[in-house]
Design a protein around this ligand. Sequence first.
Ligand SMILES: [Fe+2]
Length: 376
Amino acid sequence: MWYFRSPQIVYGPDSLSFLQTIGISRAAIITDSTLAASGIVQKVIQSLPENASSKVFSGFSPEPDFLQIKSNLEGVNAFRPDWIIGVGGGSSMDAAKIIFAMYEKPDLQVYDITPLSPLGLRKKSRLIAVPTTSGTGSECSWAAVISEREEKRKNELASPEILPDYAILDPEMVINLPRQQTVSTSVDAITHAIESYTSSWNNPYSDALSEKALELILGSLVQVVEGNGDIESRDRVHIGASMAGLSFSNSQIGMAHALGHAFGAIFKKPHGTSVGLFLPEVVALNSRASRERYDRLNRIFPDSFREGNLQSSLKKLFARIGQPLTVKEAGIGRKEMESNRDALVSLAMESTGMLTNPYEAGTDEVRETLERCYGY
Ligand SMILES: [Fe+2]
């Protein structure tokens, strides 16, 4: 027996106006300090019902840690919201999920958030995710990443009960996303679509979502990255990224995420840049087990990027949009890389992404794959 889990998805231009229709009276908005100072959070507040009160909690850095969650939680408890709205990229939406769980159950410890035991949430409030990037898929997932700064690692919490009730995909929220963030987050989405398609937990629902997600993203990405994208192009990439998120949250990811999580935690590089860095070489390694599935995905690439195999098509696309293809291009020197190599390999080997990777790679193969991405 299997399940397919999804929030209710509201999408398209003007979808933020949906917030008028669900009886919100007290909204706690969880976001980061940059977005709080921008007009984006203001758009969400203006979309709330006229008589609703709202409070913005923005004391989070891009990768929230437990202390930040705890210090914001006090304010949320005092505000007593009936809805919690995560506005931002993956970090803000993940922070909102954790705060939602801990607001609902004040005795809950953060590592009690596991799929193994029922949490009994939704007694006081419900949860909405409004992504402001097109990539992480956090709005559709029942996982949340929390950083442990001392140990330079990220831990994933998961429970079906932290899946948002609603995901609102309004392209107005991403229309002015800067180029670099557009590239990094869309590369993350492409990696979700590909890794979920070849995950050992792939299934008919995730397959269909991955294929359509790639078609939507690849069909409009260059226009969007190069600033020629209209709202319709942004809308297609936004929906595609969310579909890729829905796909991997119902099937899992693989080794590019295992290496990327480790690399991002050690070198403080954006998540999408980190996973994309390893994707082409991981595809090359995994082709031993997934050649036919990769060929199917390769056929979805537009003519202008399609090469003889998926690895080459990805490299061509990444070169065009400015995604680094090597560790060197990502700005990490050889010495720095060498001194962290073993830590990176062992962090990657511990990652859950290795469990569902289609090819069972050993430590030596992971190290060799990493070294093929050096570029020195
Ligand atoms: Fe990702």
